[in-house]
Design a protein around this ligand. Sequence first.
Ligand SMILES: Cc1cc2nc3c(=O)[nH]c(=O)nc-3n(C[C@H](O)[C@H](O)[C@H](O)COP(=O)(O)O)c2cc1C
Length: 362
Amino acid sequence: MACLFDPVNFGAIALPNRIMMAPLTRGRSDREAVPNELMARYYAQRASAGLIVTEATGISREGLGWPNAPGLWSDAQVEGWKLVTDAAHRAGGRIVAQLWHMGRLVHPDLGGGQPVSSSATTAPDYARTYEGKKSYVQARAATHDDIARIVGDYAHAARNAIRAGFDGVQVHGANGYLVDQFLRDGANFRTDEYGGSIANRLRFMTEVLEAVGGAIGIDRVGIRFSPNLESQGVEDSNPLPLFEAVARRLEELKVPWIELREPRLPTSSGVVPTPLVSPHMRRLYSGKIAINNDSDWTDAHRRVIDDEADAISVGRLFIANPDLVERIARGAPLNDGDSSTYYRGGAKGYVDYPLLGEAAAA
Ligand SMILES: Cc1cc2nc3c(=O)[nH]c(=O)nc-3n(C[C@H](O)[C@H](O)[C@H](O)COP(=O)(O)O)c2cc1C
């Protein structure tokens, strides 16, 4: 039976404990998507996590539609990320970059043109832009040339991640973004070899993982999914066979670790999950599995104890508790987060949460 404080290897990365920091978009970069010293401080404060997964990070201008989110396509971004990886490593941590193409969720004000997706669809709700919330526009279906270019952008960003000093990358395959828009039949209506059957819907993810693995070595690559949740209008009519096929494919590709955002109960935003797929994936996939339970890390912990998973991944509690690992170890009380500063702002609500024994900032 694994304990949260037992070490574990995720491919080439040796984690000293099994408490991961989940990817968390915080919107503190500049408009050129360049990371900075403030972000370096934030990540270094959380270096005791077994592994930090960064906030989602754009692989290209076209793929990044979130105000003040960072990127990994330019040299200036690589230089900015070096501040972060140096600080995290000096503090004793391990850090991987979450590689992001938002697909149809990129508003043209940010991406600079009509967004691309698997199919010509429009996301529900509203995009965040620098001028406030705006309706999404209809995406165009990616051509074969688009797909080849985007796959190349993933590989380029992965190489840049290594240049920037990251220990590896996590492909963002969750939450209704581009990889998910290809995987699930609620967003993929293609009739070519990238749509229709499950095998076809897996093709884009497979090409991305092969390209990223070819660029930096598959032992430094993980991927995240949200298999039992509808996300931003993306869902599947039959998640179990889809994610069983995903598990088989990841096994073939030798992807060493995955992270699943897989709640058992309705999420804090009210989305009702379908049944868990991780017990089925576990039987087909020999890599490591981290579970992000959405609001209840103790359930994820139980799944590690029961050997259904290898690690837990925690999001919001890491925002409010930089020393979360120590607090869990000691059973210490946890700070509450301020959701008004989750996605925007400066230092407040970002680098000023108190450590154990410190008083809260006024
Ligand atoms: C402020 C905020 C930003 C998030 N950003 C990302 C992100 O960049 N990439 C991602 O895959 N998930 C993102 N998520 C989802 C979290 O990683 C996590 O799955 C979710 O918060 C539920 O876990 P928790 O209850 O431990 O916070 C974000 C969630 C929040 C609250």
